[in-house]
Ligand binder design. Structure first.
Ligand code: SAM
Ligand code: SF4
Length: 471
């Protein structure tokens, strides 16, 4: 038995959640009542979420999508935060059946970046304009909290030209409370652990053997231990395709409610990766989520868990990413390479690297192209890292919690980091699209002190070498 948090408990009751999905009748009146409630940003409970999940009527589904769109547009605004994943090592003692890094995959090319190689990858990422990374590891005794913390420090201290990484998030094996403390000291942002599936029997099937990951409760409790270790910025997630997607949504909502109740702060982000082809993995899973259901899923999460950021990754194809974004996504990765060393060693044809990859990506377009498309669709791409650096995290701040916050901080900071990108890294075409967008955004702002000071700072970035200006 591994160490658990204080009063650790298994808060997922499969029978109860299955019962809700089986017995909830989504009458029109009830669905509309819940959608109205959501517009005031009140979190939904699992019973209410089940009502939305069970709305199979086309018209009601359209209303759900429209509510999510409206929430995104009117409440959360049009910023999209950009990041890139950096895979550090793929040795793994677990045997997750869906993953190219699983121990039983003898054909995987195993590798851990050396300190110098980490620096090289970081410089390559900085040269494209990235400011926010998520570092990713398999699970292995080599990847101790000390090794993780050391890598984080190397990333922060590697600077080239005007480039620097200002926020490092982590997706690695669950740690002990002490392990999280050590990692926190290095100054991380979010620590992510995905439950993969909340359904106990399915969890067992996909995580066989006597491995750390085969223990459902140890995994479910992972972020409780993070909270006890002082990390109040955590990300949850489920791997869609292992079990019924509606059940997984109820699992995610239950998890968010559990953290909120026990620690007074919910998850900072939710991720919803869909299973992708990986080396030696048969993709004949019965619960593969189709695009229509995927859209419904994102919309329902947006509505149910209002203070939480939603992360849509490059596992998905460009066209779908573009469409799903409108339902309330707040962060995407771009220009991503997930083969180890991929930012300096891989070209565009990623499929030949499948032995080195955890799975195949759906969107491998360069950052500049994604930035341009976002702006043409009137999103404001943002590399903002201000909140975490000023200490606005945890119970004092959740992404969307405070009225007026977006206007005062998020939008100005997004525009400042966008201007840095346009001046330092963008292609000419992207720069032109971006400068027009900034103009339009400024026109939308009230003529007050914030706007005046913002215009001055934007000008400073354009005309001097001063960077990293934020509110
Ligand atoms: N090894 C750590 C763990 O499992 O928590 C962290 C890194 S793991 C590389 C990150 C996530 O990738 C997993 O939590 C899982 O959800 C996702 N993943 C694994 N195999 C996948 C596949 N074939 N397609 C899409 N996502 C996958
Ligand atoms: Fe290892 Fe994570 Fe892949 Fe599982 S999902 S095999 S723990 S890298």
């Amino acid at each position: 038995m591994y160490e658990l948090s204080k009063n650790a408990m298994d808060f997922i009751n499969d029978e109860y959640l299955e019962g809700l999905l089986k017995n909830t009748k989504p009458d029109e009146f009830r669905v509309r009542e819940i959608l109205d409630k959501s517009l005031s940003k009140e979190p939904l409970n699992v019973e209410e979420t089940a009502v939305l999940l069970n709305a199979e009527d086309r018209e009601l589904q359209e209303e759900i999508l429209e509510t999510a769109r409206k929430l995104k547009r009117e409440v959360y605004g049009n910023r999209i935060v950009l990041f890139a994943p950096l895979y550090i090592g793929n040795y793994c003692i677990n045997n997750c059946q869906y993953c190219g890094f699983r121990i039983s995959n003898r054909n995987a090319v195993r590798r851990t970046l050396t300190d110098d190689e980490v620096k090289e990858q970081v410089i390559a990422l900085e040269s494209k304009g990235h400011k926010r990374l998520i570092l990713v590891w398999g699970e292995h005794p080599m990847y101790s909290p000390e090794q993780i913390a050391k890598t984080v420090r190397i990333v922060y201290s590697t600077k080239s030209g005007k480039g620097e990484i200002r926020r490092v998030n982590i997706n690695a094996a669950p740690q002990t409370v002490e392990g999280y403390r050590i990692i926190k000291e290095a100054g991380i942002g979010t620590f992510q652990v995905f439950q993969e599936t909340y359904h106990h029997e399915t969890y067992k099937k996909f995580h066989p053997g006597n491995t750390p990951k085969s223990d459902y409760l140890y995994r479910l409790d992972a972020l409780d231990r993070a909270m006890e270790g002082g990390i109040d910025d955590v990300g949850i997630g489920a791997l869609f395709g292992l079990y019924n997607w509606k059940f997984e949504v109820l699992g995610l909502v239950s998890h968010a409610i559990h953290l909120q109740k026990k620690y007074g702060v919910g998850p900072h982000t939710i991720s919803f990766p869909r299973i992708r082809p990986a080396l030696g993995v048969e993709m004949d899973y019965p619960y593969i989520v189709n695009d229509e259901d995927f859209k419904r899923m994102v919309a329902i999460l947006r509505i149910s868990v209002p203070y939480t950021g939603l992360i849509l990754t490059a596992r998905e194809k460009p066209e779908l990413r573009r469409e799903v974004m409108a339902f309330g996504v707040s962060q995407i990765d771009a220009g991503s390479r997930i083969e180890i060393g991929g930012y300096t060693e891989a070209g565009d044809a990623q499929s030949q690297y499948i032995e080195k990859e955890q799975f195949e990506l759906g969107d491998i377009r360069p950052l500049d192209v994604v930035m341009r498309e976002l702006m043409q669709d009137e999103y404001v791409p943002s590399f903002c890292t201000a909140c975490y650096r000023i200490g606005r995290t945890g119970e004092h701040f959740m992404e969307f919690a405070i009225p007026g916050f977006i206007k005062r901080f998020c939008t100005p900071n997004a525009l400042l980091t966008l201007m840095e990108y346009l001046v330092d890294y963008a292609s000419e075409e992207t720069r032109e699209v971006g400068e027009n967008l900034i103009k339009k955004e400024l026109e939308k702002m009230d003529d007050d002190g914030i706007k005046k000071s913002l215009i001055e700072r934007l000008d400073t970035i354009k005309t001097t070498n001063k960077r990293d200006l934020y509110y």
